[in-house]
Design a protein around this ligand. Structure first.
Ligand code: ASP
Length: 593
């Protein structure tokens, strides 16, 4: 090795030792006669002193160096002078007196400064990702990721799971998103698909008798890149035979708690994850991925509104449309402009409007465009139900149930952000269970699976498939943390006739089903065991545990929000020859070399 120690390893125990270090110049300070270099490697930083009074060669060499030069330093560890210690640095009690400074490689001035985060545009960070990754915070994040994945592997290995790789070149899987396709050279006109997840393969492994499977699996989904999505991402993909729902939930809960305690810099809010039914999550939080770091729950006002003089609400209630509200603490002083903003946000989520009532912080007077429609008693009853106090703002929505949930769920998050409640540094995990098997919306008489088509209906609801499919609840479960769905899974169908029936309800003809899933349906006829699984998203879990707001901060080489790799400039144009070999022709706006 070109070094005897890591820069970050040196402590008072090493005082007097001769060491050889190698790393990057984090900072260099010239004090005239003495030059201080903060030398950095993956293990941390150490102060190196090149003193003209001691070793003139080392001093002269240090005069030439600049930030990010790669150095080898030979010298002796000494205790820093009293008062010169740096308590913020693990190596801050010592320094290395350089006897020799060798430049292993110089560096141009870097386009982003490594030693400090200057808040550059993310595109610059992504273009020079190898420099961005040199930064302390990024190295910490990537290390947390490594530790998380290692924790998972050790945890599952100790419980009899084995890791099995499944193909990246596979067949289109119907999981809701668009596939990335790979044209085949040897089979003109045919395509492989990159897996959206190894769903079918892991179920086939259960048929094959590998009772406890997992894989750190890359998944690919060609979706529009809204917000914080990546075209490729990593899942801990798992499947287990002979399990029931709670076996999976208990196992994952134990793993997440252990992992958080081992790697997370953000503490757990609780160790026993609350379990909410889909219905309860929607009723209380307006969403199936509730952020439980704060309350501000949805409260039903329908009964009070039914008897009020505000016709819109009264009529809605008569038509079965609820009136619900949330109470934003301390926002009662909002101006017309601010409440106008909130109404606008509600509209972007599909609402016709948003009603509000504000209680004056001092006088307790209730104002708002609809206030005049209510009697004093009704207003008091509303505020009582909302547990609203002077200074609070009550936001009210009435529409069809799903719209009310959507709007108030979004408003709850908006107010949570405004009030700093979503900034709370803790991990508030919960399970959401008892999902409907199908989405509410039925298109052309066909149902869309709420999870995917392999999810089992609850045993006691199977009989409803013929009469009221919309009422059927499933064995799906989601793990949610701080408003993010961090894992989804289900107990699966292992019975061919039931699987066929679900496919029919979804709208697959017998031919289509055979063509796309013939292998699955056939496999189910050869002794498929009851099984279930789950797939936590590694990127999101690690981002939460590293206290990062987006998953790109915990991925070494992410794409930007436009699905572009800015560093390598991918995707890129290919030659006509390459396209010919793949039997494809440029179409539309396509360009060829
Ligand atoms: N394959 C599913 C997904 O990616 C997870 C599962 O059901 O195990 O969402």
């Amino acid at each position: 090795m070109l070094k005897t120690h890591g820069c970050g390893e040196l402590r008072l125990d090493h005082v007097g030792e001769a060491v050889t270090l190698a790393g990057w110049v984090n900072r260099r300070r010239d004090m005239g006669g003495v030059i201080f270099i903060d030398l950095r490697d993956f293990s941390g930083k150490i102060q190196v002193v090149a003193d003209s009074g001691r070793t003139i060669e080392a001093f002269e060499a240090a005069e030439q160096i600049r930030s990010e030069y790669v150095l080898q330093v030979k010298g002796t560890v000494q205790r820093r002078m009293e008062g010169q210690e740096n308590p913020n640095l693990p190596t801050g009690a010592v320094e290395v007196i350089a006897a020799e400074v060798i430049v292993l490689n110089p560096s141009k001035v870097t386009p982003i400064e490594i030693a400090k985060d200057a808040g550059e545009d993310e595109s610059l960070r992504l273009k020079y990702r190898y420099l961005d990754l040199r930064r302390e915070k990024m190295q910490r994040n990537i290390l947390i990721r490594h530790k998380a994945v290692k924790y998972i592997r050790d945890f599952l290995d100790a419980r009899g799971f084995i890791e099995i790789e499944t193909p990246i070149l596979f067949k289109s899987t119907p999981e809701g998103a668009r596939d990335y396709l790979v044209p085949s050279r040897v089979h003109p006109g045919k395509f492989y698909a990159l897996p959206q997840s190894p769903q079918q393969l892991k179920q086939l492994l259960m048929v094959a008798g590998y009772e406890r499977y997992f894989q750190i699996a890359r998944c690919f989904r060609d979706e529009d890149q809204r917000a914080d999505r990546q075209p490729e991402f990593t899942q801990l993909d798992m499947e287990i035979s002979f399990v029931e729902r709670d076996d999976v939930l208990d196992l994952i809960e134990e793993m997440m708690v252990g992992m958080a305690k081992t790697v997370s810099i953000v503490p757990l809010a609780w160790e026993a994850f609350p379990r909410l039914s889909f219905k309860e999550a929607m009723e209380r939080f307006g969403t199936d991925r509730p952020d439980l770091r704060f309350g501000m729950e949805l409260v039903d006002l329908s009964d009070i509104m039914a008897n009020s003089a505000f016709r819109v609400f009264a009529e809605n209630v008569r038509d079965g449309k609820p009136v619900k509200a949330i109470c934003a603490k301390g926002c009662g002083g909002y101006s017309r402009k601010q409440t106008g903003e909130l109404e606008e946000i509600a509209r972007t989520h599909g609402a016709k409007g948003l009603a509000w009532l504000a209680i004056h912080p001092e006088t307790g007077e209730i104002r708002g465009p609809i206030a005049k429609f209510f009697t004093t008693e009704q207003l008091a009853a509303i505020m009582d139900r909302m547990e609203a106090e002077p200074g609070d703002l009550v936001l009210i929505s009435s529409d069809k149930r799903s719209m009310v949930y959507n709007v108030l769920g979004e408003m709850r998050m908006e107010m949570g952000r405004r009030l700093g409640l979503t900034a709370k540094k803790e991990l508030a995990f919960c399970w959401v269970i008892d999902f409907p098997l199908f989405e509410e919306e039925v298109v052309d008489g066909h149902f869309a699976p709420s999870h995917h088509m392999f999810t089992a209906p609850k045993q006691e609801h199977i009989h409803l498939l013929d009469t009221e499919p919309g009422q059927v609840l499933s064995e799906q479960y989601d793990l949610v943390c701080n408003g993010f769905e961090v894992a989804g899974g289900s107990i699966r169908i292992h019975d061919r006739p039931l699987q066929r029936k679900i496919m029919e309800l979804i709208g697959f003809s017998i031919e289509e089903a055979k063509d796309q899933f013939g292998h699955m349906l056939e496999a189910f006829e050869y002794g498929a065991p009851p099984h279930g699984g789950i797939a936590p998203g590694i990127d999101r879990v690690v981002a939460l545990m590293a206290g990062e707001p987006n998953i790109r901060e915990v991925m070494a080489f992410p794409k930007n929000q436009n699905a572009t790799d800015l560093m390598a400039d991918a995707p890129s144009v290919v030659s006509k020859k390459q396209m010919d070999e793949l039997h494809i022709q440029p179409a539309g706006k396509a360009v060829v070399k």
